[in-house]
Design a binder for this molecule. Structure first.
Ligand code: ATP
Length: 368
């Protein structure tokens, strides 16, 4: 029996609603798979927790999390708590402290989901977003508050090591998954220090992968190409800010935030990796039971991939695809009226069907 210890942080808003469905899906696997034992511990770290305790997680929160093999995260964000508190006191410390320097986001056509941009061809690429440095740094400051001379300074931190390791992760993925092309997002014509370093070390790292082709586009052109010809991308590598924007655009291209999973990965497995939907807590629909749980359920599938259980991950993705292809159960974001629970249940049922042994009919040949 292989045991997997998972920390679950549902967070705020729809994070709580969609997480319930992901856990139901995982528990089907636990019940059906003889060698899959999931030990789940739930952590209520959220905006409510902050309002009660004055912090997003306990002082030893990271120490506690470090003992787990993976973290399944819902979403965070609440009007009662400033965004910089929710983000910088929970998600960012986890990503940075645990060296989750790869943010992996698949962008894939799904059966039954029409993309206005696909032109009949499948869209199937992945984004490797640098997740530990770059534009999202807490280096900087403000001076002369509320005066006419008020100023701010926000530093971008790009390191050779940081650029190399995200590029390497993208290349390794490409090699393993038979992809031939890496697309780099840059803006070195205008951001002449950090982005030039980015270009140089992306290019240098690619020299180690002679079978991979590198194309490099300025981010403004690249967003246009995402819209005009999304089918042509295979593996996209981008800095923290550019990768963040490209991923939301990517999810919009293939059906919206309700369908888009992501993984924050520490490839060396020195620390736990964290899996979460691309979407946030969606306060506008929270509490209404109408959120699409697919992004969260698919994030759980990415977690299983990372834990070395590609077999189980594939089963979940297959169940999602079957529900979407059938088209009977759809949440509002993809044109239906099903509740979050109903969508979760439909995926659970499809997953269970994969364990039903089909009866083989008896055929007697030659007898009329
Ligand atoms: P953040 O800044 O953390 O990304 P946000 O509130 O700006 O959060 P989201 O929470 O991602 O953005 O939501 C953006 C829009 O997408 C909202 O209108 C929301 O209703 C919709 N949305 C997000 N996730 C889902 C989902 N799982 N199902 C249905 N609609 C969703």
């Amino acid at each position: 029996m292989t045991e997997y210890n998972i920390a679950v942080i549902p967070g705020d808003g729809i994070g709580i609603e969609v997480m319930k469905e992901a856990l139901k899906v995982l528990s089907v696997l636990e019940a059906k798979e003889p060698d899959f034992d999931l030990r789940v511990e739930n952590f209520p770290w959220s905006s409510d927790y902050y309002l009660e305790h004055g912090r997003m997680m306990p002082e030893d929160g990271l120490e506690v999390l470090q003992k787990f093999q993976a973290i399944l995260f819902g979403a965070i964000g609440d009007a009662r708590v400033p965004d910089d508190v929710t983000v910088w006191e929970l998600i960012m410390p986890i990503r940075k402290q645990f060296q989750q320097y790869v943010n992996f986001r698949p962008v894939k056509s799904l059966p039954g989901i029409e993309s206005p941009l696909s032109k009949g061809e499948d869209i199937d690429f992945v984004i490797f977003r640098e997740n530990s440095e770059g534009e999202y740094s807490n280096s900087g400051g403000r001076m002369f508050d509320s005066q006419l001379t008020e100023l701010s300074l926000q530093n971008t931190i790009m390191t050779r090591a940081g650029i190399e390791r995200i590029t390497k992760a993208a290349c390794e993925y490409a090699v393993k998954n038979d992809r031939k092309k890496i697309t780099s997002a840059t803006k070195s014509n205008a951001i002449i220090f950090s982005m030039k370093l980015w270009d140089e070390h992306v290019k240098r790292t690619l020299l180690e992968y002679p079978d991979l082709q590198l194309e490099s586009y300025y981010i403004d052109a690249l967003v246009a190409y995402f819209v005009q010809r999304p089918q042509t991308f295979e593996v996209v590598v981008a800095s923290n800010l550019f990768g963040d924007i490209l991923s939301d655009l990517g999810s919009g291209i293939v059906g919206g935030l309700g369908l888009s999973p992501s993984a924050n990965i520490n490839p060396e497995k020195d620390f736990p990796s964290m899996f979460e939907p691309v979407h946030g807590s969606a306060p506008d629909i929270a509490g209404k039971s109408i959120a699409n749980p697919i992004a969260q359920i698919w994030s759980a599938a990415l977690m299983l991939d990372h834990l070395g259980r590609e077999d189980l991950s594939k089963k979940i993705v297959k169940a999602i695809e079957e529900v979407l292809l059938e088209g009977k159960v759809r949440t509002a974001d993809i044109g239906g009226s099903a509740t979050t629970e109903l969508m979760g249940l439909a995926i659970v049922e499809k997953l269970k069907e994969q364990y039903v042994t089909k009866k083989v009919g008896t055929e007697i040949h030659g007898v009329k």
